[in-house]
Design a protein around this ligand. Structure first.
Ligand SMILES: Cc1cc2nc3c(=O)[nH]c(=O)nc-3n(C[C@H](O)[C@H](O)[C@H](O)COP(=O)(O)O)c2cc1C
Ligand code: SF4
Ligand code: FES
Length: 559
């Protein structure tokens, strides 16, 4: 008995010992009166930004301050690509990192060559990192010098920015609060607040407009609001601005030009659904947007009374955090691993509360739909489809960019009527109709209406409406290889079909001759047995290649 007691008394926390100098530095850096568990990722950002990396001593000190286990801090810090977890100060990466996007639109525009040239020149003095899409595909290849984006990047233009030491982004010209208000902005929100527009009528208008979730899944927005209104308060709103699907840049485009149209939609949603607190999750790759939003939110908070509290959260370079339940985990300060459903986030979401989660663009259209009517929105479609879509068009066209076009437009019409036609000397060869996960179609199938539900019979989907145009200079096989290695990189690792499947498929696809029957089996298993949309859709491009671009691959069993 005596010995057991003694053992209990001598029990002490396991793991590394706290370095008190580091602990004091960290306290000063974080400068908060109490530590919030859900702010773990925000604290890690502060350490990464100020120290250039996160050493194990800092993680130990952070665990101590937050009174959580060291393992918890370690597993979160190592999950996110934007955190450099190192042993000690001497292992830190170079002070400056240049990120070069190597997703499809940038890759076909010479991203690898650019990254190699920079690497050969800087020889480790500047870290050159190849990263997935940074949401600037209309200006491919795109790079970022610390936080400063370089569009249509060349070796010379990147070097110039590095030499100048200009590491922060330029803030684009946009419609600010004062101008938005002057032009009739927030009129609808104010009418909703005064009860001049009835909440039930708003939900009906939304349902009638057939506005669908524009984050990719296309769930009817009005129905989602109705479901949320039936849940017990307090309810939360989570706005998804992770925009990680390669080829997508529409959310950035709207936020860098007309952010208040989105804020107004967000406030209307909050009022009608009865939201207590709003969380905005913004991808880390958009620092200019962060600045704009921070400034403009301050203005609306000053101008309006009784707003729900608005909290902005910064992502940390993990594509999976765009998946709605993974985003919620991330806002809670955890690894962005999707949850099993049911329960759905509308019932049990952020911090266990019913949560209305919306893509930023879905909220962007609310004001106009209420102002101009559901018919106005619906009348925009063509080929039997309704509404419009903000297509992020990139690749081999003359005018890449965000093109607002009728839902149901064909890719031929999109290229010729909106994107200025194919680049001179390029012949249309194929296209991604919905980003990296939406599959690839050949030019011969250019007359399919692009919308939710129209592409599934061809093994594809529209998703976030990111259309990447390939020409006769490109190969679908190369594009599929790029996307599969992206999914391998971004798989959160929670389930085996996706974790092992993306890894195995990447290896198999590196070969000149493919083991087609094994790839087919693997693809089907990933689609059928993965927990979330990442694993379920990861094999779409390879399935498309086998179906529509079979001439590009050789079957190993037939040689
Ligand atoms: C792997 C994966 C990544 C996703 N990424 C995003 C994203 O970056 N932005 C987004 O709004 N939705 C994304 N989604 C869709 C969300 O899960 C969710 O459907 C959406 O945020 C709901 O809002 P909405 O109804 O307004 O579209 C992603 C889904 C999956 C499976
Ligand atoms: S499918 Fe992939 S990303 Fe989704 S939970 Fe499984 S391992 Fe994670
Ligand atoms: S920025 Fe490179 S593909 Fe999007």
């Amino acid at each position: 008995m005596k010995n057991i007691l003694k053992e209990k008394i001598t029990l002490r926390p396991r793991g590394r010992k706290v370095d008190f100098e580091v602990l004091n530095n960290l306290k000063a850096l974080l400068n908060v009166s109490s530590y919030r568990r859900d702010h773990l990722i925000e604290y890690l950002h502060k350490i990464q930004d100020s120290q250039g990396a996160i050493t194990k001593d800092y993680m130990t000190a952070l665990a101590n301050l937050m009174k959580i286990s060291q393992t918890e801090v370690y597993e979160v810090a190592t999950f996110y690509h934007h955190f450099d977890v190192v042993e000690t100060d001497t292992d830190k990466p170079p002070a400056l990192t240049v990120r070069v996007c190597d997703s499809v639109s940038c890759e076909i525009n010479g991203a690898s060559e650019l990254a190699n040239n920079l690497d050969n020149y800087y020889k480790g003095a500047v870290r050159i990192q190849k990263v997935p899409c940074i949401g600037r595909c209309q200006s491919a290849p795109a790079a970022v010098v610390k936080f400063n984006p370089v569009d249509n990047a060349t070796f010379e233009s990147v070097k110039k920015v590095v030499d100048a030491g200009s590491f922060t982004p330029d803030i684009p010209k946009y419609i600010n609060f004062e101008s938005y208000l002057k032009d009739g902005g927030y009129k609808i929100y104010q009418a909703v607040c005064k009860g001049e527009i009835n909440d039930d009528a708003i939900v009906e208008t939304l349902e009638d407009s057939e506005l669908k979730g524009l984050g990719g899944a296309g769930f009817p927005a009005g129905r989602k609001w109705r479901i949320l209104r039936d849940q017990t308060a307090p309810r939360l709103l989570a706005v998804n601005i992770d925009e990680g699907e390669p080829g997508t840049f529409k959310d950035r485009f709207y936020l860098e030009s007309d952010p208040h149209r989105f804020f107004e939609g967000m406030l209307i949603a909050s009022k009608v659904v009865g939201i207590d607190k709003i969380y905005i999750y913004l991808r880390d790759e958009y620092p200019a947007v962060k600045e704009i939003m921070k400034n403009e939110i301050e203005k609306i908070e000053k101008y309006f009374d009784n707003l729900p509290q608005i909290e902005m959260r910064r992502g940390a370079g993990a594509y999976i955090c765009g998946e709605e339940s993974a985003m919620i985990e991330s806002i809670e300060g955890k690894r962005g691993m999707p949850r099993l459903r049911p329960p759905f986030v509308a019932q049990v979401g952020l911090f266990g509360r019913p949560t209305l989660e919306h893509n930023m663009e879905t909220l962007f259209w609310i004001r106009d739909i209420l102002d101009k009517g559901s018919k106005w929105f619906k009348d925009h479609g063509k080929n039997g489809r309704k509404g419009f879509r903000s297509f992020s068009v990139s690749g081999r066209v003359k005018n890449p960019g965000v093109h607002l076009a009728p839902a149901g437009i064909t890719v031929d019409e999109l290229i010729n009527e909106y994107a200025g036609g194919m680049l001179d000397g390029h012949e249309f060869y194929g296209y991604f109709p919905g980003g990296a996960s939406g599959g690839i179609l050949p030019a011969s199938m250019s007359n399919i209406p692009l919308d939710f539900g129209t592409l599934e019979e061809y093994g594809c989907f529209i998703g976030s409406a990111a259309v990447v145009i390939l020409s006769d200079r490109d190969k679908a096989v190369d594009a599929a290889r790029t996307t599969m290695s992206f999914f391998k990189h971004e798989s959160c690792g929670k389930c085996t079909p996706c974790r092992a499947g993306t890894s195995k498929a990447t290896e198999l696809m590196k070969n000149d001759e493919w083991d087609i029957s094994l790839l087919k089996e693997l693809s089907q298993t990933m689609s059928d047995a993965s927990i979330c949309g990442l694993g379920q859709a990861a094999s779409n491009p390879v399935k498309s290649v086998l179906k529509y671009f079979a001439n590009e691959v050789k079957d190993v069993s037939k040689t």
